[in-house]
Design a protein around this ligand. Structure first.
Ligand code: MN
Length: 130
């Protein structure tokens, strides 16, 4: 079986490097997008198992990108973990409204990214086994 692929949509290059490095370290394949447009395109083309979505990006932000992915039958099933700037109730609510399955508030410890991705992958594996 091939290893699962995670799509990381994040405009900050340092964050992309940190999250990609730790995910690859634990055996998870990562494809990267630096903006919402590329994120939506790569989600359609590559069908990742899970999407990590920064919400604050120029152009199509992560909220809008998630709404578009959830409105598309081809990508609606892919779990989206929102990466938000604040651990505020308002952001948690927005994540739920946009259709995100998970939520991490920055600053995010790299191991928390791995934990959350693994949680989603375990859920998918459990659902597939039923
Ligand atoms: Mn950002």
């Amino acid at each position: 079986m091939s290893s699962p692929t995670v799509l990381l949509v994040e405009d900050n290059e340092d964050n992309r490097t940190i999250y990609t490095t730790i995910l690859r370290h634990v055996g998870i394949d990562v494809i990267e997008a630096a903006n919402g447009e590329d994120g939506i395109r790569l989600a359609r083309e590559r069908r990742p198992a899970v999407i990590l979505m920064d919400v604050a990006m120029p152009g199509i932000d992560g909220w809008e990108a998630t709404r578009r992915l959830k409105a598309d039958m081809e990508t609606a099933h892919i779990p989206v973990i929102a990466l938000t700037a604040h651990a505020m109730a308002e952001d948690r609510q927005r994540a739920a409204e946009a259709g995100c399955e998970g939520y991490l508030a920055k600053p995010i410890e790299p191991r928390r990214v791995v934990e959350e991705v693994r949680k989603m992958l375990d859920r998918l594996a459990a659902a597939a086994a039923q």
